[in-house]
Design a protein around this ligand. Structure first.
Ligand SMILES: Cc1cc2nc3c(=O)[nH]c(=O)nc-3n(C[C@H](O)[C@H](O)[C@H](O)COP(=O)(O)O)c2cc1C
Length: 183
């Protein structure tokens, strides 16, 4: 069974994380999660829920450097940061490893495993753009939280489902969502 890391940081777009966890529940995947302090705050603010909502997922402490994903030998398949703040992006781009999210991302890059960053900020300054390029060049996939509209999603949940399915697909998982079939 594949083991993946899902990290949630304090950017807007918690609906993407919620839809991603929902899809993972139906899949044969071992999910290990980490949430930053700001992530907990924004989760509460945007969705009126806490991480306990995802009771089927193992959450590791943000400073728990003894957690399995802090080492390459734990054999994780890949990691997604959703949503990903500019702060976490910067820490990953510069290899800071000051919390477990940064460290796990650093491990994915050094082990050449997929690392998907669902970055979210608007507008972007030069530092954000430079950090995206640095993280990209180090091996991360920058997949901005920019969901497509051409499927005409009936509501925000469907839009978030389609976008978070793309994140899982980039991780190499099999997903079902509304695909473009040509026109
Ligand atoms: C409601 C709310 C929304 C936020 N949205 C964003 C965002 O979209 N992108 C971003 O980079 N930071 C955003 N922030 C700021 C981050 O939460 C803040 O920079 C924090 O230090 C990031 O820490 P983390 O990367 O460890 O989660 C938001 C903060 C709040 C309270």
């Amino acid at each position: 069974m594949k083991k993946i890391v899902v990290a949630v940081t304090g950017a807007s777009g918690m609906i993407y994380a919620r839809e991603l966890f929902k899809q993972l529940r139906e899949m044969d995947v071992e999910v290990h999660a980490i949430i930053s302090e700001a992530g907990e705050q924004v989760l509460q603010l945007e969705l009126d829920i806490t991480r306990e909502e995802f009771s089927d997922v193992t959450f590791w402490g943000i400073k728990q450097f003894t957690a399995p994903m802090a080492s390459g030998s734990a054999g994780f398949h890949g990691m997604v940061v959703v949503p990903c703040t500019m702060g976490t992006l910067g820490a990953i781009a510069s290899g800071l490893s000051q919390n477990l999210i940064h460290r796990a991302a650093d491990v994915m890059l050094k082990e050449r495993r997929p690392l998907i960053l669902s970055v979210r900020e608007t507008p972007l300054n030069r530092t954000h753009i430079n950090n995206m390029l640095t993280a990209h060049d180090a091996g991360a996939i920058i997949c901005p939280a920019m969901p497509s509209m051409y499927q005409k999603p009936k509501d925000l949940t469907e839009m978030a489902h389609n976008y978070s399915a793309r994140l899982l697909e980039l991780l190499g998982l099999e997903v079902t969502y509304s695909r473009w079939k040509g026109h």
